[in-house]
Design a protein around this ligand. Structure first.
Ligand SMILES: Nc1ncnc2c1ncn2[C@@H]1O[C@H](COP(=O)(O)OP(=O)(O)OP(=O)(O)O)[C@@H](O)[C@H]1O
Length: 403
């Protein structure tokens, strides 16, 4: 049976019936109640059968993605992670009308490798997401660590009049508006830190299922709105971090593009969760976010499967290419790696050093090989510094790739 919101109960059967249902839900053994007020009521979530089933489907899909992932060769997997990172960062920015191009993000991701020169736009944000994708970024454990994350995420992107004025958080009120309508009044300044600590507790303690804690804590963080700007982006990073503790980094990294496609649904979920007649019931919010996560996983699985088929085709084309010497064999292997990058990395290019790392031969040898392939019209230089390469149109035709 569909879960009835307290607001729907109020409209269908009146205030007393809604109060009864509210009391019944709060008293249930299947309900988690948090020390976090939404309006005048403590936030709570009922672990419904539907929610348990959704969680199970998330884990089943996660296993399917992991199985597929394990069959993908290294060149392709690095490329695909890059694709996911770029899409996630582009989308989390786009949700808030922060415009960023794929090229800008790709440059920022490369710059994190410690290149000299001036800082690139989104470099800190890219560093953070990259660390997350590689599983080396722990959840924050104090309000100060949340501020550190925020600083990296919005680095250089906040207008002067929206800079944080407190030691950790804002010192004035703020609100979320849609046109002329106020959709949310952020919590009073004096409550921010204590409420952020409640979010941290939920993120760290294991008395709620991980996926439920991830979604509910995301609601709470946005409800607090501790900054003037950048709350959405910071909250979605925390969400990805918490998700990563439960599902693969791939799934954690795929949510923002789906949220971006369904922004109204995402915003509506917040609005409903904080509607006074819903009395702090986060169940529909958590359920809705789990549905979005499932969609993100499904999309990624379909995308990976399609790329995997093209990869099998590429492999056959490479195997059919003549190779009468060790050098020609190596040339084919270079084309194979470039083909994998072409199929799995949306940027479709790879730098010389990364390419060389796939071979036991010296960098000079690979550089020479690339020169020969360039002369044959199979490889093209994309950028000079660093020198990056992609397949030419001719190579794409020969390898059965659609340019
Ligand atoms: N009714 C709501 N109540 C609480 N949070 C909401 C609500 N609607 C949306 N949100 C969250 O607030 C974010 C947007 O907030 P806002 O428009 O203030 O942007 P922001 O604080 O400038 O952050 P950023 O620029 O990263 O979003 C959304 O992405 C969503 O996570």
């Amino acid at each position: 049976m569909a879960y009835r919101t307290l607001k729907a109960q109020f409209h269908a059967s009146g205030a007393v019936a809604a109060d009864d249902l509210h009391a019944h839900r709060l008293a249930s053994e299947s309900t988690l109640v948090w020390d976090f007020e939404v309006g005048d009521f403590p936030a709570f979530c009922v672990l419904t059968t539907e929610m348990v089933k959704l969680q199970e489907r998330v884990f089943v899909l996660d296993r399917k993605v992991a199985a597929l992932w394990s069959q993908i060769p290294k060149g392709a997997s690095i490329g695909y992670l890059n694709t996911l990172l770029i899409r996630e960062i582009e989308a989390t920015n786009d949700i808030e009308q922060v415009r960023s191009t794929r090229k800008e993000i790709s440059d920022a991701l490369k710059a994190k490798l410690g290149e000299p020169g001036h800082k690139k736009r989104f470099q800190e944000l890219a560093r953070l997401y990259s660390a997350l994708a590689n599983g080396v970024y722990d959840l924050p454990s104090s309000p100060a660590e949340i501020r550190t994350i925020y600083d990296a995420i919005v680095d250089g992107e906040i207008e002067d009049d929206h800079q944080v004025d407190g030691p950790l958080f804002r010192l004035e009120t703020t609100r979320i508006t849609s046109g002329t309508k106020v959709v949310h009044e952020a919590v009073p300044v004096g409550e921010i830190e204590q409420r952020i600590n409640a979010v941290l507790q939920l993120l760290h303690k294991d008395d709620a299922p991980g996926l439920v804690a991830a979604m509910a804590s995301h609601f709470m963080f946005e409800y607090i709105h501790p900054f003037y700007d950048g709350n959405g982006r910071t909250g979605r990073f925390l969400l990805a971090q918490k998700l990563q503790a439960v599902v693969s980094p791939l799934a954690a990294m795929a949510l923002s593009p789906v949220i971006n496609q369904q922004k109204d649904r995402y915003y509506k979920a917040f609005e409903n969760a904080e509607h006074p007649l819903n009395k702090g019931d986060l169940t529909p919010f958590v359920t809705g976010m789990l549905e979005l996560l499932l969609e993100a996983q499904g999309e990624m699985l379909r995308d990976l499967e399609a790329r995997q088929l093209l990869f099998d085709d590429l492999k056959q084309h490479i195997e059919r290419r003549p190779a009468t010497s060790a050098v020609e064999e190596r040339h084919n292997r270079i084309l194979f790696i470039l083909g994998q990058v072409w199929l799995f990395d949306d940027m479709r290019s790879i730098d010389q050093d990364s390419l060389s790392s796939y071979f036991k031969e010296t960098k000079q040898t690979i550089r020479k090989d690339l020169g020969v392939l360039e002369d044959q019209g199979l490889v093209e230089v994309v950028t000079q510094r660093p020198k990056t390469f992609t397949l030419s149109e001719l190579a794409c035709q020969e390898l059965g790739l659609i340019k």
